[in-house]
Write a protein that binds this ligand. Structure first.
Ligand code: R5P
Length: 291
């Protein structure tokens, strides 16, 4: 097989290459002054089984274009099969028409990945399961929860009356699965969004969290609003230590500053999106990145 990566998640791509004992293939990616991108492969991929590892976190449109151009370049160089490995899929929250006259952008992303020339896709903990149905090519919707669960299982014996808490009702099913695997009770933060999906406001807690350590779960942290509000209301309701657990560290705007200033005991995540060194420093040893 041949492994390629864009510039969005080089550390993760290197780990995958090491794990598979397959080198990353050399390629040039150049941005011209007019922001157009140029890609050139440094060796032939004719007849090869190729994988492009590229997460589509910020800068979203640059990273997405790198992915699409890499796929097209492989297609034009006669690769036998191309798999788009997208650890974090951008626009995954735009998965339905829940207001009049709005797009379903996740569907558009699936379409353009196919049009570029991908034969298969791989994604990790994509926001909504139905997004798999937006692709007509086959693929694998992978999960990183087993990594988080391994960690939480080791943590559990040292916790005081632990409870799993979902940051919102939309994540309830997945939170219930996590609680079941850990054999722990479940509670919920009832979250309501205000404004245009940018601000979140946590309103109340459903379930018993008083004098308990909390494992607070969600799929991603974007602006940090949902988590920050959840941590605050849980603390107000008498929760003890809060362990924040999530797959995708999107960390837009001042999310890292905001969350690192919160009283949460630990932040447990994965490397589907690289976290900038400056943000890591803010969290210090409260941040655990699983691979
Ligand atoms: C929403 O449906 C997701 O599960 C997360 O709760 C959300 O993406 C977090 O966003 P933010 O960090 O901006 O509150």
């Amino acid at each position: 097989i041949k492994l390629f990566t864009g510039t969005s998640c080089i550390p993760l791509a290197k780990k995958i290459a090491e794990y598979l004992k397959v080198p990353l293939c050399d390629r040039d990616i150049i941005e011209f002054p007019n922001e157009n991108l140029f890609v050139q492969l440094k060796s032939s991929v004719r007849g090869q089984d190729c994988y492009v590892i590229q997460t589509t976190s910020r800068p979203v449109h640059r990273n997405l274009m790198e992915l699409l151009i890499l796929i097209q370049t492989l297609r034009l160089d006669s690769a036998a099969r191309i798999t788009a490995v997208i650890p974090y899929l951008c626009y995954a929250r735009s998965d339905k028409k829940d207001q009049p006259r709005v797009p379903i952008t996740a569907r558009l992303i699936a379409d353009i990945v196919e049009v570029a020339g991908a034969d298969r896709y791989m994604m990790v903990d994509v926001h909504a399961g139905q997004i798999q149905g937006f692709f007509s090519i086959p693929g694998d919707a992978l999960t990183a929860y087993h990594k988080l669960l391994e960690y939480l299982k080791k943590l559990k014996p040292g916790l005081t009356s632990p409870v799993v808490v979902s940051t919102d009702l939309g994540f309830a099913k997945k939170a219930r699965n996590i609680a079941e695997v850990l054999d722990l009770p479940l509670a919920f933060v009832e979250k309501r969004r205000t404004g245009n999906d940018a601000k979140a406001e946590a309103l109340t807690v459903i379930g018993d969290v008083q004098n308990r350590d909390v494992i607070l779960v969600d799929d991603e942290i974007d602006t940090g609003g949902s988590m920050d509000n959840a941590i605050r209301i849980l603390t107000k309701m008498g929760a003890k230590d809060v362990y924040v657990t999530f797959v995708h560290a999107v960390f837009s705007g001042n999310a890292a500053e905001r969350l690192s200033a919160s009283p949460a005991k630990r932040f447990i995540t994965t490397d589907t999106i690289p976290i900038p060194e400056a943000s890591k420093l803010l969290f210090g040893d409260r941040l655990v990145i699983l691979s």
